[in-house]
Design a protein around this ligand. Structure first.
Ligand code: PAF
Length: 270
């Protein structure tokens, strides 16, 4: 009802799971600057978590989040409960093929089915002109672009740059789980991506396995970290590359202590 009070107004949508940081706020500010009105959502979506994931521990500082969105100029925040989103009898899934099978999808089976399910519901509920997502979840942006194209959602997806701490660590709601020492060790994600970028752009290395190996070694040489995957893939279909060319996605997932972190760089026109 609030969204259609004045149908002439353009609405932006910023879907989040809360526990906001400056990455979320950059999406909110971009939406506020590009639309007449902006709606943010805060919903820790159970269907994108595996039973072994951190659903119950996921931080939910709702009052602080609402203040941060208000300060960023957001007009409306939708904070449904799981019962509102998935009432008794709910039984529809949204499955994107292909690009969901690799990287995060390979290691977190079902994760993207939950993401596309909830995001398609949010798109239908809010019916925005534009929806804002962070580049940090690179595969999520590829999956959602495909869903929007395949299912003819009438909106533009706007992908915003990853916001980083001064030492390069990508902002993430999960960073608060890290001890001081783990927080230091977690910079290996950014450092290994920066090293990979230099190898490709400055040293002209085109052998993707050499890049993956370098990332693997840097993570393995860092205390309290475990590499989940290191990938050098085609930026569009996310298939692993042998030879590097075109638009590529370099990404990795690392467990730092108990905390699972991801990060990526995109290199274009290699
Ligand atoms: O990126 C996230 O925070 C979530 O995957 C999203 C898009 C809000 C869906 O729950």
């Amino acid at each position: 009802q609030a969204r259609w009070a004045d149908p002439k107004l353009s609405w932006g949508l910023v879907p989040t799971m809360g526990a906001l940081h400056q990455g979320h706020i950059s999406l909110a500010k971009r939406s506020v600057s590009e639309n007449d009105k902006s709606c943010a959502t805060i919903f820790v979506n159970p269907t994108q978590f595996a039973p072994t994931d951190d659903l119950d521990q996921y931080p939910r500082p709702l009052e602080k989040d609402l203040e941060m969105f208000e300060a960023a100029g957001i007009d409306m925040v939708f904070t449904p409960t799981p019962d509102v989103m998935y009432p008794a009898g709910f039984g529809t899934r949204v499955i994107v093929d292909g690009v969901t099978a690799r990287l995060e999808g390979e290691h977190r089976p079902g994760h993207f089915d939950g993401v596309t399910q909830v995001v398609s519901k949010l798109f239908n509920i809010v019916q925005p002109y534009r929806a804002y997502f962070g580049q940090k979840d690179a595969q999520q942006t590829v999956v959602l672009k495909k869903m929007v194209r395949d299912l003819n959602f009438n909106l533009d997806l706007i992908i915003c740059p990853t916001v980083r701490e001064p030492d390069g660590l990508a902002m993430s709601s999960r960073n608060i789980y890290l001890s001081a020492e783990q927080r230091q060790n977690a910079t290996v994600l950014y450092r290994s991506l920066a090293k990979a970028k230099d190898m490709i752009e400055q040293d002209d290395i085109r052998d993707a396995s050499l890049i993956r190996q370098t990332i693997r070694e840097m993570v393995n040489n860092t205390p309290e970290t475990e590499l989940i995957y290191a990938s050098v893939a085609d930026g569009a279909n996310l298939r692993e590359l042998d030879q590097i060319s075109g638009n590529i996605l370099i990404s990795l997932a690392v467990r730092v202590g108990e905390t699972r972190l991801i990060d990526n760089f995109i290199l274009n026109n290699i």
